[in-house]
Each structure stands twice: as structure tokens, then as C-alpha cells.
Design a protein around this ligand. Structure first.
Ligand SMILES: Cc1cc2nc3c(=O)[nH]c(=O)nc-3n(C[C@H](O)[C@H](O)[C@H](O)COP(=O)(O)OP(=O)(O)OC[C@H]3O[C@@H](n4cnc5c(N)ncnc54)[C@H](O)[C@@H]3O)c2cc1C
Length: 282
């Protein structure tokens, strides 16, 4: 395997990285390289220029803010999985990160790379949806906030515009949520055949607010709105869990393929996985 030759830039500041991207619209930014480099080696991507974000300080770090946490785009999966603030404020994000691939992938791959790449079977998008995360995007013209619910558009397609970069992720502080990430990984790749992230506000035994993020089964991660509605206002009893789980695929076109799973199998697995996740927090 060989790569098409490319130019390489390694800016030290976000401003310089954004200016480089504006000046070279054909460039791709390089984060952990865990998805981009394999594509380049297989000749499925051949960018003329790589802008390596590894030295950009503004993209590093996890900060606790009065209303939540801000996670820099270059934060690696192993940091998410082990960070005290993430574990306390958004356990679902830590859990999903701990499920990514293997230790090597978790030590190179980044949250920004994973979300911008938007693999339909990636773990973190489901957690972002359940956590009501907001994506901070920036270009040379300024920055904007994109709710996670609007960010994932299709297989490997997001709301990011040309010249824009994912800079950080903001997770609101949601006190007292019951959260859990449940995944059925493909035994070879580790990617989710089905992954379900849930975050529930429960008071007096009744679900006040439900967020369910699903990955692996459709063209992009999605919120299971019908299942959420079936939980809200109800107790987490076996009948309610069964009803909500049966609605997890409502309105979605479920993927089927010869390598991972047929659509029928995925639909069944999704129901079982959501049911398990809900039982874990009931
Ligand atoms: C063997 C293996 C197993 C894996 N298993 C899993 C798994 O189980 N679950 C899972 O979720 N993932 C898995 N992955 C993928 C892994 O999570 C990657 O880390 C992730 O998909 C890409 O992150 P990265 O930082 O490596 O990005 P890169 O590969 O560097 O970039 C990926 C894409 O995102 C773009 N990009 C990167 N950063 C930004 C940014 N800040 N703003 C805008 N665009 C950006 C790049 O230009 C590129 O197009 C696996 C990967 C491998 C190699």
C-alpha cells in the first residue's frame, strides 16, 4: 500500500490552521489519523494537503464550566474514558469512549475526528445525542454552535461546511441523570453493529425526560424520538421498557449488509439492546 504524495502543514495555533484551510480548500485536517490514514493508504482519499492539528493548543483539554463541560476537539478517546470531570458530569460520554476500538485506537483517535468523520457505526455520536451536546465549529470567518441533533446528516456527512473545523464539544450539566451506553460490537472491527446511549431524568420513579441516541443501524446516528416519548411520564417497568424498545427504529431506514448484519437482524438487535440499557438504569 502506498499513498499519493501530499503537502503537510503543522500549525501551532487555531487561527493559523483555519487560515490554512481557507487558503487550501482541497486540504483535509489530520487529527488522530485512525480513519483518514487508512482511507489514504487504500486510495479511497487522496488529499493534496494535510493540516495536522496535533500541536494546536486551543484544541486540547477538558474544562468544567458553570453550565457543563467543554471538550477540545483533539481530546483522545482514552482521556474521555478516564477523565474525572467527564466521568462525573457525562458518564455516558466516558462509557462510549471506553467502547471505541482497542487501546491503540483509543490513544490516537480524537473526539473531533470521530464526530467529523461521522461513521454510521461510531460510538461517540450516539452519546452526543443522548447528552444533548452542542458542537462548536469555527472557520476563518467566525464560530457557530450546532446542536448534536442537527450535526449528523448521513454516512460520513455532517453539518460542517467547507473551511469549517470542529473545535470543541459542549456538554450541558444535567444533574441526576441515569445514563448508560450499551453496545453490540462487531467481533473483528469493534465498531457498533448496534449502540444505544440513554440519558434519563427520573423523579419519583417516573421518567421526566428521555434522550436515546442510536448508532450502527442507520445511515447516521439518530435520536429515537418515538421510544423517548413512550418512556416520558411512565415508570421504568417491564411493559414500558418493552413498548419503548419496540419503537427504537420508528421512522428510520435500517441498514442491512452481507458483512455485519441484515436489516431484520439489526432491527431485532436494536430492540434487545435498548431493552438491556433501560433495564440497567431501572
Ligand atoms: C482498528 C480500528 C477500530 C476502530 N474501532 C472503532 C470503534 O469501535 N468505534 C468507533 O467509534 N470508532 C472506531 N474507530 C475509529 C476511531 O474512533 C477514530 O479515532 C475516529 O473515527 C477518527 O478520529 P481521528 O482523530 O483518528 O480522526 P482522523 O482519522 O484524523 O480524521 C477523520 C476525518 O475527520 C476529519 N477531522 C478530524 N478532526 C477534525 C476536526 N477537528 N474538524 C473537522 N474535521 C476533522 C479529517 O479531515 C478526516 O476527514 C476505529 C478505528 C480503527 C483504525
Amino acid at each position: 500500500m502506498s499513498m499519493t504524495p501530499f503537502r503537510y502543514a503543522r500549525p501551532m495555533a487555531l487561527r493559523d490552521a483555519l487560515a490554512d484551510l481557507t487558503e487550501h480548500p482541497e486540504a483535509r485536517v489530520l487529527a488522530g489519523g485512525m480513519s483518514l490514514l487508512p482511507l489514504m493508504k487504500m486510495d479511497l482519499a487522496a488529499p493534496e494537503r494535510l493540516i495536522d492539528l496535533g500541536r494546536v493548543q486551543e484544541l486540547q483539554g477538558i474544562t468544567e464550566t458553570p453550565d457543563g463541560i467543554r471538550i477540545g476537539a483533539m481530546t483522545r478517546h482514552f482521556e474521555l474514558a478516564s477523565d474525572e470531570v467527564v466521568g462525573r458530569c457525562a458518564p455516558i460520554v466516558a462509557q462510549a469512549a471506553a467502547h471505541v476500538g482497542d487501546p491503540q485506537v483509543r490513544h490516537r483517535g480524537t473526539i473531533g475526528g470521530s464526530l467529523a468523520h461521522a461513521d454510521p457505526a461510531a460510538d461517540l455520536p450516539a452519546a452526543m445525542l443522548a447528552a444533548d451536546a452542542v458542537i462548536e465549529a469555527a472557520s476563518a470567518d467566525g464560530s457557530r454552535m450546532i446542536p448534536a441533533a442537527d450535526f449528523f446528516v448521513g454516512p460520513l456527512v455532517t453539518e460542517l461546511r467547507p473551511g469549517e473545523m470542529l473545535v470543541a464539544v459542549r456538554i450541558p450539566m444535567l444533574q441526576g441523570r441515569r445514563q448508560h451506553y450499551e453496545k453490540v460490537p462487531h467481533p473483528a472491527s469493534g465498531y457498533a453493529v448496534v449502540g444505544v446511549a440513554i440519558s434519563l431524568a427520573v423523579a419519583g420513579g417516573v421518567v421526566q425526560e428521555a434522550r436515546i441516541g442510536v448508532t450502527g443501524v442507520a445511515g447516521h446516528a439518530y435520536r429515537a424520538h418515538a421510544a423517548e416519548r413512550a418512556l416520558e411520564g411512565e415508570g421504568l417497568n417491564p411493559g414500558v421498557i418493552a413498548k419503548a424498545s419496540s419503537l427504537a427504529a420508528e421512522g428510520e431506514e435500517i441498514l442491512g449488509d452481507a458483512v455485519y448484519a441484515s436489516a431484520e437482524y439489526r432491527r431485532h438487535l436494536l430492540q434487545v439492546t435498548l431493552s438491556r440499557a433501560l433495564q440497567r438504569v431501572s
